[in-house]
Design a protein around this ligand. Sequence first.
Ligand code: 5GP
Ligand code: MN
Length: 328
Amino acid sequence: MSQETNATFEQIRQALERTTRIGIASHIRPDGDAYGSALAMGLYLRACGKEVHVWNDGGMTSKFHYLPQGTMVTAPPQTPQDFDAFLAVDTSTKERLGSVLQAVGNVKTWINIDHHISNHRYADLNHIAHAPATAQVIYDYLRFVNAEITQDIAVNLFVGLSTDTGSFQYRGTTSHTLRVAADLIEYGVDIAAISREIYDNYPRRRLELLGALLNDAHFDCEGRAAGFSLTLETARRLGVLPEDNEGLIDHLRSVEGVQVAVFFEETPEGKVRVSMRSKNVRFNVNHICGVFGGGGHALAAGARLSGPLAEAEKKVWEVVCHEIRKHD
Ligand code: 5GP
Ligand code: MN
């Protein structure tokens, strides 16, 4: 039973109150917001005395070792489990829960808390907010229920907020976002220490990967679109992990004149993961990725296409350039 209108925080509070066993999960290829939001809710519900299971398709990745109580996130088990409630955070479609879906048996109430405009409203209770990060919505929820915001919860939320706003640069960042961040600092976030962990602690191979990608960066539509592609061959040669390329696309977007940046990645399954960024709302990458069955936000979105890489590139460039030239 999906619904067009948002479930209220009160409805979600009541649904969670009557449960004993709760599952929480977020999207495949998790980012700071996916993990931070899931962990914050997991820690809060555990403190309420609930039996809480926090899963992610990829388990906990080493890159996010600094998230407080990060080991609470595990890969889903082999056999399906039943829950009184299952909460998906930061996840626009049920499919984006990946292998978690096969591990979820009977669920009395599905709850969906998210900030993606493309969210499919696949749960019984959907709360899709206009916010730059799901972590901000979770913070608002925790304040609504008068939760004790521990330092661990605060740090997890801050990581989600900082990473999804591009360190408070993106357009979704409001005065409320900065007030939430200020509150989180009061709840114990050491902003310099956590920012060092997030932004100044990449493995050297990430820089080597950037070098390889920049070597054959491609500019199109009179320099208004830029892209690069990561082949399986390069990934193997440099020994990169899937999470190493996160954020590299920002180097393309940051070039003067570039409106849309595109990153292509060959996956071992023979698919092509496409990541897109825009710095102009006229060029809506949620819409462009939607053409290929993907989605996300107006200025940051993604999709998965079938291979081979060269064919996917050709299809995507056509749509990107068409979108850009439409406004000429
Ligand atoms: P990223 O490029 O960092 O992987 O993702 C940017 C945004 O687009 C995120 O909000 C992410 O959830 C969304 N996104 C990425 N890939 C896909 C996809 O294949 N399908 C959908 N629906 N959204 C995606
Ligand atoms: Mn998010």
